[in-house]
Unconditional design. Sequence first.
Length: 361
Amino acid sequence: MNLQTKGKDLVTIAKEFQRIRETQKDYLVPTARLEAKENGTLHFLNGSDHEFKPTNWAFGQMATYADVPKAYADRLRSENARLMADNLNHGFQKHAIDSQKAGKAETRMLRTIDGNLRGFVSSRFQPFDGYDMANTIFPIAMDNGLSPRQMEITEKRFYARFVSEQLVGEVKKGDVVRYGFMASTSDVGAGSAQIEGFFERLACLNGLIVGHTFRRFHVGKDQGSDRIEEFFSEKTRALTVQAIASQMHDVVASGLTKEVFQRELAKLQAAANNAITNFDLPEVVELAMRATSITGEDTKNSLLAALATGNEGAGLTQWGLVNAFTRVGRDTPDFDRAVDLERAGSTILELNPSQWQRLAA
């Protein structure tokens, strides 16, 4: 299937990776040398002045590290930039003083690109970036006869989806799905590198993520010191890729068997036969959102509308409710949020019988 039918095309992704690799720089900086500025940038001196504007994600990481509550930090960022900088600097200095008392230097890794701070992470962060994931996973997918379906690069993560033309089946007559996997990783500390099972429903091209099959956290040896250093990650990246490529190959091969596919398909088929008998659909949606930790009034309204329309024949069933989440995910422009909704669909799918009865009966 042409990748351009959904997500970014291969050429666009390749160009983005090339730009990132040519312009990214990583620095290991003692916390005592960091200074948040009133203009919203993060500053340190190392021979010359270095100043970076944080992305929304990196700003949240800085606030969390400095023990500034996120909601308060977001408000101060727009209402009182000077006080925001003071709060961050106070937190930085507290970490520096505490680490000095413990006899070690507190250091952060600053991941930068084009004058922007994209990640504010631990000095133990072990890069396994989107570029590394792509170079690792594409040959594995091809070896297993899968076609690329969708790729996205967001502020926080890289995602690549692949599907099989052989692992295809019906949830019910005429309702066809095909199976594959989604690989994802984060350059900036937004979760682990992972491979997850993935269903695509052909009737609507909704995607459903069906559980973690591989997970590796970006944690390595502490690289903290009392000096500012530019971090050259090529060696680390090469060693990391080499160490996990064979693991990923085994995981994909073992997860894409007919036996695994039939087992996962059977869950969808069972869900299609689990009727929703509670016709107070707003209550059903509220309970489902509570079960999945999905929030938002707009999301609630969209879920209710999707469930009420029957989701291309999925009906008022557990399968229909799963597809309500994945449909809202498909229509969500924020891809990270879309993935959260697709995983929420899997949570609904995995409810045990008593949990399902409490929600749907």
